[in-house]
Design a protein around this ligand. Structure first.
Ligand code: GLN
Length: 248
């Protein structure tokens, strides 16, 4: 029997727009396939050892919550998070979590907040918030032979830029994406996936959810043969109807 251990970092502080739905989607899609799942919540003061987990998730928060966890993150968990990302652990970061995984966050008033530096990205606070529904396409996942379209909801003041070695997760079709300028959305480095999409991301985009599950299983069980298909009729209907509503 296969088994996956999922870590939810700071669920009590970084959980905007139902980010926890990502954990629920990962868990249910595993359980429906008889893959055992254990979820552990790790927050301020808790020890985080990345070897204990197969998937690590960090959600979004306002600047305020990001400041509350700053000390715990930078002085308690930084080393383990950087090593987790570098080791190829499956990691998902949404919005504030995406920003925190980067090198720094320079606020609007010029203050530079040091971040984890786990991936080569950085964020500058903008004058206006980038808010609304977002659709972007991913070229490494296909749906009926076409690039997979991800649908979500973004709300951020931070504008994020990608450095060398980091690829965008996708190309924006509707919405602002990372910075409203270069047409890119999110970031991929090794098995770390980041995006500005709340909403929650994975229940709305089951193909992406399965991609993360599959990578985690392959990491743990090198002879893993692939995920059995699920009946996603309802999920696909919701996914397609949202995309239609937002871009047509
Ligand atoms: N505080 C960050 C910003 O506004 C992240 C917001 C979020 O996680 N939605 O840019």
């Amino acid at each position: 029997m296969y088994e996956l251990n999922i870590c939810h970092l700071y669920p009590d502080l970084l959980n905007l727009y139902g980010d926890r739905g990502n954990i629920i989607a990962l868990s249910r899609r595993c359980e429906w396939r008889d893959i055992e799942v254990k979820v552990e919540n790790i927050s301020i003061g808790d020890t985080f050892k990345y070897e204990n987990y197969d998937i690590v998730f960090i959600g979004g928060g306002q600047d305020y919550e990001q400041t509350i966890i700053q000390d715990d993150l930078m002085n308690g968990k930084r080393q383990e998070i950087v090593e987790a990302v570098e080791s190829g652990k499956v990691f998902l970061g949404i919005c504030g979590g995406f920003q925190l995984l980067g090198k720094y966050y320079k606020t609007n008033d010029g203050k530079e907040i040091e971040c984890l530096g786990a991936i080569n990205i950085w964020t500058h606070g903008g004058d206006t918030r980038l808010i609304g529904d977002i659709v972007f396409e991913i070229d490494f996942l296909k749906n009926n032979g076409e690039n997979y379209r991800v649908v979500g909801f973004e709300n951020h003041a931070g504008k994020t830029y990608l450095g060398e070695g980091v690829k965008p997760l996708g190309k924006v079709i509707k919405g602002s994406g990372n910075n409203g300028e270069d047409g890119f959305e999110g970031a991929v480095y090794k098995n770390t996936f980041c995006t500005y999409s709340h909403g929650s991301l994975l229940p709305k985009n089951p193909v992406l959810a399965d991609h993360l599950i599959m990578l985690a299983l392959l990491n743990k069980y090198p002879d893993f043969q692939g995920l059995s298909p699920l009946n996603d009729d309802l999920e696909n209907l919701a996914h397609e109807s949202l995309i239609k509503r937002f871009i047509e």
